[in-house]
Write a protein that binds this ligand. Structure first.
Ligand code: NAD
Length: 488
């Protein structure tokens, strides 16, 4: 199918056709082309960065935090007033099922504008009275000032949620932004431009450039010398390239990167809760979630029972029409990504994996057989150095292995180049206090998975990222302190 829908760049408050080519936006549920997207060239990116620079010196730069907070609340209202449009756009880009998109991701994205508006509003200015040995006295005021133009480079797995996670705190701190959404998921970023305008956000404060990474809008933006700070969520390899770009001009960089997260299930756990939680952790969003668990370690006495229960849960997950309220799992983001995941399935078999659930492409009938669907898959029996156990697959695949004691499982979990999250299932509180702080990750969940309070600092250890965002941690990244010391 061809489409008349066109997605344009959003620069200086206007929808702008880029000078690059047009590329297709494909719905991975059925392979339909849902829109043609206008790629931004280096000149278009320059126009966006220049508009963002000008906006800093315009009315936006003169607003106080209370006024910016009021505008952010209006943006949240505007998103919720157009909930149906945002849900439809996100579903068309990703194939995500209706319920988690409508009840979870889009309202959560709107809510981020409210949360960061309030965090920005109530965070007090620091003030210190100083007394020097020679009798001089002074008052130190620590102002928070915006960094300037922030480039936000976003991934495709939770497109709108991860975009607003960056844009909302950047704006409450008084920055202006240029966003580069993933080439796979341009639609909600474009829609947000309309909401920003309707809410009264001045021209040039929020800009969107579309395109790819290397030699396209992503690289043009991160290497642009007018950008003052870069926030990136995506693959670790891309993060390294972006960090190199940020080194030129010694600009601030925040990196939320990949993971190979582990779940740890002790025999004393609430068995049903652990099975339900690990089913979500492995298969939610078709496994395309940085916080997902692709490795699972289960204490030997319950290993076989746990594998059976998890395999049964995996087989019971409902795939199919994303509009059907009963659908739980959507497709992968693209056929190309499916090829990558299928490659890991082949490697797993070659590495001796026993397949307990899934392992291939489901037959869903027309039109979904034209999409990028894949079965929730559970393996056992691989060595720890097998590629499917060590590398991030970013699909609905989990490998389950037995363990015998705490020291062994701690070593297994920590033996990874990544360190984003871990999930612990046990009723033994002493064990929680011993083990949780010893795991080399940014977040440890105990007896649940993916409870994310936006006030807590979020980010990864090792190859999973640099810096923390969330709550005041976001304010620390999106602003700088300026110490004014006044003799009294
Ligand atoms: P990706 O790194 O391929 O792409 C992310 C973004 O970077 C896209 O917009 C892409 O166009 C752009 N990009 C690619 N190369 C670039 C370059 N050289 N310069 C500038 N921009 C460039 O990641 P993805 O495939 O979109 O997302 C999946 C990855 O994201 C997984 O590894 C996942 O773990 C990670 N992720 C991490 C978190 C987290 O919070 N830690 C959250 C979500 C996703």
């Amino acid at each position: 199918m061809t489409t008349n829908r066109r997605i344009l760049n959003f620069i200086d408050g206007r929808c702008v056709e880029g000078r690059g080519r047009w590329f297709e936006d494909i719905n991975p549920a059925d392979g339909e082309v849902v829109a043609e997207v206008s790629e931004a060239t280096a000149a278009d990116v320059d126009a966006a960065v220049s508009a963002a620079k000008r906006a800093l010196a315009g009315p936006w730069g003169k607003l106080g935090v209370e006024e910016r907070a009021a505008l952010l609340h209006k943006v949240a209202d505007g998103i919720m007033a157009r909930l149906d449009d945002f849900v439809a756009a996100e579903m068309a880009d990703t194939g995500k099922p209706l319920m988690p998109t409508r009840m979870g991701e889009i309202p959560r994205a709107a809510g981020q504008f409210r949360v960061f508006a309030e965090i920005g509003r109530v965070t007090p200015m620091e003030m210190f009275e100083s007394a020097m040995p020679d009798g001089r006295r002074a008052l130190n005021l620590v102002h928070r000032v915006p960094r300037g133009v922030v480039a936000a480079i976003c991934p495709w797995n939770l497109p709108f949620m991860l975009l607003t996670w960056k844009v909302a705190p950047a704006l409450i701190c008084g920055n202006t932004v240029v966003v580069k959404p993933s080439e796979e998921t341009p639609a909600t970023a474009a829609l947000l431009g309309e909401v920003m305008t309707a809410a009264g956000i001045p021209e040039g404060v929020y800009n969107v450039v579309h395109g790819f990474g290397p030699d396209s809008a992503g690289e043009f933006l991160t290497t642009h010398e007018g950008v003052d700070a870069i926030t990136f969520t995506g693959e670790t390899k891309t993060g390294e390239a972006i960090m190199r770009a940020a080194a030129v001009g010694t600009r601030g960089v925040s990196l939320e990167l990949g993971g190979k997260n582990a779940g740890i299930v002790f025999a004393d756990c609430d068995f049903a809760a652990a099975v339900a939680g690990e089913t979500k952790a492995a298969f939610h969003n078709c496994g395309q979630i940085c916080l997902g668990n692709e490795r699972l370690y289960v204490e030997r006495p319950i290993f076989e029972r746990f594998v059976e229960a998890l395999a049964e849960a995996a087989r019971g997950l409902r795939m199919g029409d994303p509009m059907d309220k009963a659908t739980q799992i959507g497709p992968l983001i693209s056929r190309q990504h499916r090829e990558k995941v299928l490659g890991y399935m082949e490697q797993a078999r070659a590495a001796g994996a026993e397949v307990h659930a899934g392992g291939g492409i489901p037959a869903l009938g027309d039109p979904f057989d034209r999409g990028a669907w894949i079965e929730p898959t559970l393996w056992t029996g691989m060595a720890e150095d097998a590629a499917a156990v060590r590398e991030e697959i970013f699909g609905p695949c989990v490998h389950v292995a037995p363990f015998d004691d705490e020291d062994e499982v701690r070593a297994l979990v920590n033996d990874s180049p990544y360190g984003l999250t871990a999930t612990l299932w046990t009723r033994d509180l002493d064990r929680v206090h011993r083990l949780a702080p010893a795991l080399e990750v940014g977040v440890v969940w105990v007896n649940d998975w993916m409870v994310r309070d936006l006030r807590t600092g979020f980010g990864g250890a090792k190859g999973s990222g640099i810096g923390r965002e969330g709550g005041v941690h976001s304010l620390h990244f999106y602003s700088e302190t300026r110490n004014v010391c006044i003799r009294t």
